[in-house]
Design a protein around this ligand. Sequence first.
Ligand code: URA
Length: 239
Amino acid sequence: MRIDKVLANSGYGTRTQVKEFLRSGRVCVNGNIVRDPGFSVFDNDLENITLDGSPIRASSFLYFCLNKPDSCLTAMTDDRLPCVGDLIPPELQTKKISPVGRLDYHTTGVLLLTNDGELSHRLTSPKWHKEKIYLVTYEGEELTEEDVLAFSKGLTLMEPGHAVEKLKPAKLELLHKNQCRLILTEGKTHQVKRMLASRNRQVVALHREQMGSLTLHEGQQPGEMYALSDEDIRKLKED
Ligand code: URA
């Protein structure tokens, strides 16, 4: 495979970015600087590729953290509406990357994208108890310590037409007027909106700040994604 493809597919940048790395002499294969983006590498070369002197992780699995923008479906394709798939660079379009779990159309923030099916399965399983942290802006009376207590005991959702649902204890932090932070250890459909609705508040903006160990990078704009480092991946797998 071409060296520029190996680097791009392993999450080290777009094809254009990795061509730049190559041209500036930052990449070595078997100890020799390689500047030609079309240079062929074979399976037994993969362990001997370095970028700025550090071995690269040449993997067929890719992991990205997207800052999901507002008005964007958590889907790879859609005929009508903007979706997460539109934000994936062309060189990654064939890599079978997909979102782990789902954020609503208007929810913004941390969304993991990967083609590692096993990890994706694990992180979306009800057995995955790591924290998901949401910043919530709501309408209605200001939440009180009474709500904090009710959330900490585990709400029971009793929605007309739905089975009664007992939720796990959740941590509610009261912030400025009409904003709160909600820390959940489960991920039921529209959970935050339903929890607030059960206390007669309506969510008007929702942003996921954290999912397990995964957070946005400082200054990461909506629509931007970064490739997880080895350390990020290790932590996420440990979570
Ligand atoms: N809870 C919601 O209600 N919506 C989301 O997008 C995520 C959690």
